[in-house]
Design a protein around this ligand. Structure first.
Ligand code: GLN
Length: 246
């Protein structure tokens, strides 16, 4: 078995350890004897995304998002949307999540177009939402929670075609108002949780790997791993979020 992973803009969109999500997927595959390869894809590259099983994009600052938004519109958006419709797995974090929505309006009020994988629009808010986040996962992960770290000025509002990935227990989430965090459309996920997210939310990591394998090879159940350390890390992060609650 072999999974092909696309890391979008690793040189521009990689805040707060987001690249660790790719490492976590690679390591969890390696432990199970699943082969992987990673293609870094950046500005100006033109390719057919349908050959990928997992597409990942991290967060970035407004200046980087401006360049990336233009590049996504010109070269890549349509192929990514087709690949999502075909069931490929996507994980986008913060700035990546925003640009996979319909639009992202920067702190300066410039509206950047998104590629519309998610039915979501993002607008600037007052101040930034920064700190540890705990989310009651609507996708049944770990002890029922996802944990991470957020730092964003944008406030994201979901439309009817995208469901949230969770309800905020601690932190701001999509917009600090409606109690929702993240977005999901088919096997595409977007979230504000940096951190890295996947090393300390191992069930969520496996959900992505399992969905990618199922798409390529048909129904698939992953061999469980000894996740004692990952669960200790998850619990410690949840505890710390409680102590540093804003
Ligand atoms: N620049 C975006 C914002 O501030 C995204 C930030 C991020 O990716 N952490 O909302």
């Amino acid at each position: 078995m072999h999974l092909r992973i696309c890391h979008l803009y690793p040189d521009l969109m990689n805040l707060y350890g987001d690249g660790g999500n790719v490492l976590a997927v690679l390591q969890r595959c390696r432990w199970r004897g699943i082969e992987t390869d990673v293609s870094g894809v950046s500005l100006g590259d033109v390719l057919d995304f349908r050959r990928f099983d997992i597409i990942f994009m991290g967060g970035g600052q407004d200046s980087e998002q401006r360049a990336v938004a233009a590049d996504l519109q010109m070269k890549k958006g349509e192929s990514i949307r087709e690949t999502v419709e075909d069931g490929a797995v996507v994980l986008t974090i913060c700035g990546g999540y925003q640009l996979f929505g319909q639009s992202y309006t920067t702190a300066e009020g410039e509206e950047l177009p998104g590629i519309g994988v998610f039915d979501a629009r993002t607008f600037p808010g007052k101040g930034r939402l920064t700190g540890n986040v705990v989310v009651e996962s609507l996708t049944g992960d770990n002890d029922g929670t996802l944990v991470g770290f957020e730092n964003h000025g944008g406030r994201t509002y979901l439309g009817p075609d995208t469901e949230p990935i969770g309800r905020v227990l601690i932190g701001g989430g999509n917009n600090g108002e409606d109690g929702l965090e993240g977005g999901r459309y088919l096997n595409a996920y977007g979230t504000y949780l940096h951190g890295s997210l996947l090393p300390k939310n191992p069930r969520f990591a496996d959900r992505l790997i399992e969905a990618a394998l199922t798409r390529r090879y048909g129904s698939m159940e992953l061999t469980p791993l000894d996740d004692m350390l990952e669960h200790i890390a998850h619990k410690a992060a949840v505890r710390r979020a409680g102590q540093t609650r804003r």
